[in-house]
Design a protein around this ligand. Structure first.
Ligand code: UN1
Length: 499
């Protein structure tokens, strides 16, 4: 399908896109697909002001009505699922199956948020004073700024926006400069739903398009009490500092360096399938991608032989072709960083298979690679570094304690997993002496989390949690309330203070 048709199916006609300056390229072939208009600093201020005004109205709409709005948004996403997923594939290069999965995650979080809109529960607690009650209220916060990365160009917005909106907040979304088209497509869907919903104020969710300076204006603004940022650890470090300096709240979802431990009792066929999906899926460009395998000596050769074979048979190519499993890297810079990592790995004792560019004749400006499998003598610096590409480092272990220590001995702490048939090993992995990550899986890979659980990780991953469980609490402020319905004024702790 021609790119123009993909755009038009998402309401992005040439009239909508004309006059812009931000060039958007498809990683499929490097072709310039569109030029998108960017916002000026003045417009960024107006957008923030509109977000503040929208919040003032939205917070008074009852939460279940806010949920009804999100329900309608989920329904519209169902209608647009194929069209939006194809655009996601075209703009960020993930295969269509994964594009469809990404839009499904949006639908799932909308469903979750609808139920949540009737369950923003606070606790009640007994007061120590006679004739008093105590309870907690969860109140809306204000504007929630969302910064998203190219690799999940639409789902990350929805994990934040669906929760933020049922919690009574307004939203401003700064998408990656590499993927503004999918953001505009989502904004079209949002506006269609908002136009038909009387209580939805203008500016309930807006987009802010531009470079990191435009993002910085939002990050620095005292009118944006929550910043939820997904991306590199470097980005998170600078965003986190600025937000902390103004006592704002950050939800950071940064780099991962996710490992799998494969023990002697593991189902090796299952482990192999999980490794391939999580290491080469999205061309290794998920924050949850598998980057390290820590394999017991006794099964190492068998597993590696199987993996090499599976890697040789991988279908690499146009992500819109249903037979393809591995699409392109996002751009030339990403390819260069991958090649540099391969060189460094060899310097540090690694033995590399794969990693080379493929399909260069067919796509001179598209960066397709054979996923790399690198055997490492130990966990050297390059293994501790997140390279956003399909590279998996393989290391051996002999004692399970050592394997867990190796898995934890990296700066990042997002996702982790163990393949084992031994309850002693799997429970050790899930114990306080086990994985130090935000996500710890048994007999499944580190990527592809469901929205029902809280998503995020520790250490350099930033500590934030999005999506399911009680992650919604990060989008609200907790208010402790004490009411005196008696005729006396007793003081807590039995203090006597007669005036
Ligand atoms: C990301 O790469 O930023 O668990 C998020 C997963 C997806 C989310 C990835 N549900 O792989």
């Amino acid at each position: 399908m021609a790119y123009e048709e993909l755009l038009e199916n998402n309401g992005l006609t040439s009239a909508v896109l004309s006059g812009g300056t931000l060039a958007v390229h498809s990683p499929i072939d490097g072709a310039e697909v569109a030029r998108v208009k960017t916002h000026t600093p003045e417009q960024a201020r107006e957008i923030i002001a509109a977000g503040v005004a929208a919040f003032a109205a939205w917070r008074t709409v009852p939460a279940p009505r806010r949920g009804e709005f999100v329900r309608l948004l989920g329904n519209e996403l169902r209608v647009q699922k194929e069209a939006l997923a194809s655009l996601v594939s075209m703009e960020c290069g993930k295969i269509l199956q994964e594009g469809l999965g990404e839009v499904q995650e949006m639908i799932d979080i909308c469903d979750f948020a609808v139920g949540l809109s009737r369950q923003l529960y606070g606790l009640t607690m007994p007061s120590e004073r006679p004739g008093h009650t105590m309870r907690e209220l969860w109140q809306p916060m204000g504007v929630c700024g969302v910064i998203s990365a190219f690799n999940f160009p639409v789902a990350v917005w929805s994990w934040n926006a669906a929760l933020a909106m049922v919690c009574g907040n307004s939203v401003i979304w700064k998408p990656s400069e590499k993927t503004p088209l999918t953001a505009l497509a989502v904004q079209n869907i949002f506006e269609k739903v908002a136009t038909g919903f009387a209580e939805a104020p203008v500016g309930l969710s807006q987009i802010l398009i531009g470079d990191s300076q435009i993002g910085a204006a939002m990050v620095a603004s005292e009118d944006v009490p929550i910043i939820s940022a997904t991306g590199s650890t470097g980005m998170g470090r600078s965003v986190g500092r600025v937000v902390a300096a103004r006592f704002g709240r950050c939800i950071l979802e940064l780099g991962g360096n996710n490992a799998m431990i494969v023990t002697p009792s593991a189902d090796l066929q299952m482990a192999l399938r999980a490794i391939v999906f999580s290491a080469v899926g999205t061309a290794g460009q998920r924050c949850t991608s598998l980057r390290r395998i820590i394999v017991h000596d006794s099964v190492y050769d068998e597993l590696l032989t199987g993996l090499r074979k599976a890697y040789e048979g991988l279908a690499i190519g146009n992500p819109l072709d249903p037979a393809v499993l591995v699409g392109p890297l996002i751009d030339a810079d990403s390819f260069e960083r991958m090649q540099q990592a391969l060189v460094t790995a060899v310097e540090q004792g690694g033995i590399v298979s794969g990693g080379q560019r493929v399909l260069a004749e067919q796509y001179p400006d598209g960066y397709y690679v054979q996923p790399a499998l690198i055997e490492m003598p130990g966990q050297s610096d390059i293994v501790k570094t997140e390279t956003f590409a399909p590279i998996v480092y393989a290391m051996k272990y002999s004692s399970f304690e050592d394997a867990v220590a190796l898995q934890n001995d990296v700066p990042q702490g997002l996702s982790s997993c163990v393949f084992s048939g031994s309850i002693k090993e799997t429970e050790h992995f899930l114990s306080p002496r086990g994985s130090d990550c935000g996500i710890a899986n048994v007999n499944i890979g580190p990527s592809g989390a469901e929205i029902g659980g809280a998503f995020g990780g520790e250490k350099e991953t930033g500590g934030g949690r999005e999506s399911g469980s009680d992650a919604w609490k990060a989008y609200m402020r907790r208010q402790t309330v004490t009411v005196n319905y008696s005729d006396e004024l007793p003081l807590a702790q039995g203090i006597n203070f007669e005036v």
